[in-house]
Design a protein around this ligand. Structure first.
Ligand code: M6R
Length: 615
């Protein structure tokens, strides 16, 4: 939600900031703006709509040059997506400019105070109050970092703020509480950004800021304090991917690129976690084995696609460890007074590591004494930092708003975790673990094979572009896969899409079936749990008898489905629990192609942002 960039150095601040904003546009695209310190003042430009509108504005009305600047790309919360509400916001004298990510909960009271003191506020945003407060504080203390500390102490809510002041033209100041902000450390230049992709083309040295910290950047220095001006703990790290990882690399969209990267992402997530003897070595987990042995309940909290990964994890955890596992939407979790204690292991799954609902859920869990283990793709983000342990997924940067490769790697991490719990608790024998690990190690190739056979899926998707509804059915682990297929279609194609447990059909949803309605069915393997397979084949017959156009995803060699499939999508045979790793891929491709056929921009679906850093 909102991308922020700040720069101080020897290059054109405008170029660095606008290029950085391009990398952060996935975070929000309701408006964009920049401010540059120049000729003793602040020059700013901002425009509603995507960054391209701002770029046009900068061509029509160029800003003067300068080497200190800030920028913002917005996902609107307070106030609609208009030019006036776009960031940066300035004080009345135009001496301070500020950009913001998050929500300032007490802004109405602060705004009222400011108006009483004679300030004129021009936008409907909470952010503008900060510009005015900073101007007031700066006029008494004469230092932007100190002014920021004073202002932050008065703010409630979640915020990342980055500001410049015309009277301190060599400095950019940032602050963070519950929202991300990373420092990029260069030579003779320094950067601030919501994530490292904004400055990765310039430096791979980063500093992760902690909670309630203020940072002052100059060309040659980075000074971090807490909100009281005291010393602050920060963590410096090296970013282990380069700028090319955040480029489209010849693909028409980031989503297509990220779908194609899945075999590698899966392999990278397994890398280094299995020793030569095939034993799992998750030494990185900081939770002692005794705690894992004593856990009597696992609770998974997550949102959206990560929640679907959690639903699949439940099958694996309960099957391999025999510990009861609950899966809960993070946004619901803490509001229903869940029963947690020191023996509860909470798994928080999040690609970004920033999702506010998940963060709040994990804080609630820790307050109750539970141990929290994060499954996360973003090094140094808030969720792993606030968890007791973390298992990183190695998907690399995921830029498209719709999550694809992160989902597959979340599944891999959850399988590893479930097996590791089984190993530590003795519910799985070494050879059983080895067998699954061998299957997992092969699955990247299976995903690759699925990707190679997707042309008919694309062709089919194009024929459905004028439909209003698509339903998805699945059983067992196929049920969350169906939910994920429906979510992808909703967010990308803006179509009505629902995922159902196939067994529930007769309890209501079958009434939705009408002539020609496309229904995607994820069929479990006929091997192993063949009862489930037979039942879903019956379900396919039932919906087809009522006119549904059936799109059947079934493993190679499953001949029982052939007579009832209007369209058959083959996936490699995999053990049942692992099937989501291959069955989800056609659904991603299907949604991406259908959305494209409907003229939608797949990387930046309407109303959405990649990281949901507000509740
Ligand atoms: O970064 P997170 O994994 O915590 O994000 C959770 C959801 O917001 C995310 O998965 C969302 O549902 C995706 N846009 C779905 O494609």
């Amino acid at each position: 939600m909102c991308g922020i960039v700040g720069y101080v150095g020897g290059q054109s601040a405008l170029d660095v900031v606008v290029t950085g904003l391009k990398r952060l546009e996935y975070r929000g695209y309701d408006s964009a703006g920049v401010a540059v310190l120049s000729d003793g003042g602040i020059a700013a430009a901002k425009k509603a709509g995507k960054l391209v509108n701002l770029e046009k504005e900068l061509v029509d009305r160029p800003l003067p040059g300068g080497s200190v600047g800030i920028g913002h790309t917005r996902w609107a919360t307070h106030g609609g997506p208009t030019d006036a509400n776009a960031h940066p916001h300035l004080d009345n004298a135009g001496r301070v400019a500020v950009v913001h990510n998050g929500i300032i909960e007490n802004f109405a009271a602060l705004r009222e105070e400011l108006v009483e003191r004679g300030h004129t506020l021009l936008s409907e945003t909470d952010t503008e109050t900060v510009a005015h407060l900073l101007a007031e504080e700066f006029s008494s203390v004469g230092d932007l970092a100190e002014a920021m500390r004073l202002v932050c102490r008065r703010l409630d809510g979640a915020f990342t703020l980055v500001a410049v002041h015309a009277d301190q033209p060599d400095v950019v100041v940032g602050a963070r509480r519950n929202s991300p902000l990373v420092v990029g450390v260069g030579e003779g230049e320094n950067f601030l950004a919501s994530d490292v992709s904004a400055f990765i083309a310039h430096t791979r040295s980063a500093i992760e800021l902690g909670q309630d910290q203020v940072v002052e950047l100059t060309r040659d220095g980075v000074t971090v304090t807490d909100f009281d001006g005291g010393p602050a703990d920060v963590r410096a790290y090296h970013v282990d991917w380069d700028a090319s990882a955040a480029e489209k690399g010849g693909y028409a969209s980031f989503m297509l690129k990220e779908i194609a990267e899945q075999p590698k992402a899966v392999a990278d997530t397994l890398l280094g976690r299995i020793d030569a003897a095939g034993r799992l070595t998750l030494d990185e987990l900081r939770i002692p084995a005794t705690v894992l042995r004593e856990a009597d309940k696992v609770v998974v909290v997550a949102c959206g696609t990560a929640f679907h990964a959690g639903l699949i994890a439940k099958y694996a955890i309960e099957h391999w460890t025999r510990i009861p596992c609950e899966v809960e939407l993070a946004s619901e979790f803490r509001y229903r007074d869940p029963i947690l204690n020191r023996r509860t292991l909470v798994i928080a799954i999040s690609q970004s590591g920033e999702t506010m609902d998940t963060l709040m859920a994990l804080r609630h869990a820790r307050e109750q004494g539970a141990k929290v283990l994060a499954v996360c793709n973003t090094n140094g983000s808030t969720i792993p930092r606030e968890s007791d342990a973390v298992l990183y997924t190695h998907a690399g940067p995921e830029v498209a708003v719709a999550s694809t490769k992160a989902f597959l790697t979340q599944l891999v991490a959850c399988y590893l975790l479930a097996l590791y719990l089984g190993q530590v608790r003795g519910t799985q024998w070494g050879d059983e673990i080895n067998a699954v690990v061998r299957d997992l190690a092969r699955i990247g190739d299976d995903v690759e094979r699925v990707l190679e056979t997707m042309e008919p899926v694309r062709a089919l998707a194009r024929t459905l572009a004028d439909k209003d509804t698509v339903l998805f059915l699945g059983r067992h682990v196929g049920h969350p896969v169906a939910l994920e297929g429906a979510l992808k279609l909703k967010e990308l194609a803006y179509m009505h899409a629902e995922g159902f447990a196939a067994g529930e059909l007769k309890h209501g949803p079958i009434a939705l079936i009408e002539e020609g309605l496309p229904v995607v069915v994820v069929v479990p393997s006929p091997r192993g749990r063949s009862v489930l397979h037979d039942k879903i084949v019956s379900n396919i017959q039932e919906i087809r008898a009522r006119g549904a156009r059936t799109i059947v995803i079934a493993e190679e060699g499953d001949e029982a489905v052939v007579p009832y499939a209007d369209h058959l999508v083959r996936i490699p045979a995999t053990p049942t629990l692992l099937q989501p790793l291959v069955a989800t891929v056609p659904l991603q491709v299907f949604a991406c192609e259908l959305a494209t056929a409907r003229g939608n921009e797949v990387d930046q679906p309407r109303n959405l942002a990649k990281s949901v850093t507000v509740e």
